[in-house]
Design a protein around this ligand. Structure first.
Ligand code: HEC
Length: 137
């Protein structure tokens, strides 16, 4: 038994490595915090307060993402946040300062109720980002 295992285990490891090289094993998607640091903190700041290094160069001030719930009567506006990130809603006064992140965040779909009572297939990375921003409130 032990000899069989000692032959099979390395073989299984080699197979997984080969599949990963061939791109068959999906990579672990980045976490919400990692996506936030990579795509959002430049404008919105590492802590989401709207004070990133690029903020000063923009005509429109990046929103303070830590106050979204407070500014919405205590309810985190999940659906609005997700629509904004995906690019469904433009900027204030039609000025699209904030890029459209939909294509970047395309990922495995998970059923998710963003507050409208309907579980819709939603890209995992978008869900994770929304939940990360919710955790900043
Ligand atoms: C190039 C700078 C820039 C980047 C990068 C950026 N944003 Fe923004 N964002 C803005 C600006 C400016 C506004 C306010 C004006 C507007 O609504 O377009 C804004 C507004 C928002 C709002 C709307 C807040 C509200 O009041 O409803 C959300 C949510 C948001 N950003 C989330 C994100 C997330 C999440 C990311 C990363 C995936 C991101 N932003 C990346 C500039 C940026």
């Amino acid at each position: 038994m032990r000899t069989t295992l000692s032959i099979i285990l390395p073989l299984a490891g080699a197979l997984v490595a080969a599949l990963a090289l061939a791109g068959c094993v999906p990579e672990e998607p980045p976490t919400g915090a990692e996506d936030f640091a990579a795509f959002c903190s430049g404008c919105h700041g590492a802590g989401g307060k709207g004070d990133g290094p690029l903020a000063g160069d923009l005509d429109n001030r990046p929103a303070d993402l830590t106050r979204l719930a407070r500014r919405n009567g205590g309810d985190f506006p999940k659906l609005r946040v997700m629509a904004k990130i995906w690019g469904y809603t433009g900027g204030r006064d039609g000025a699209m300062v904030m890029p459209n992140f939909g294509p970047l965040l395309d990922s495995q779909l998970v059923p998710y109720d963003a507050g409208d009572g309907i579980e819709s297939p939603t890209p995992l990375r978008l869900v994770q980002l929304a939940e990360y921003i919710e955790s900043l409130q």
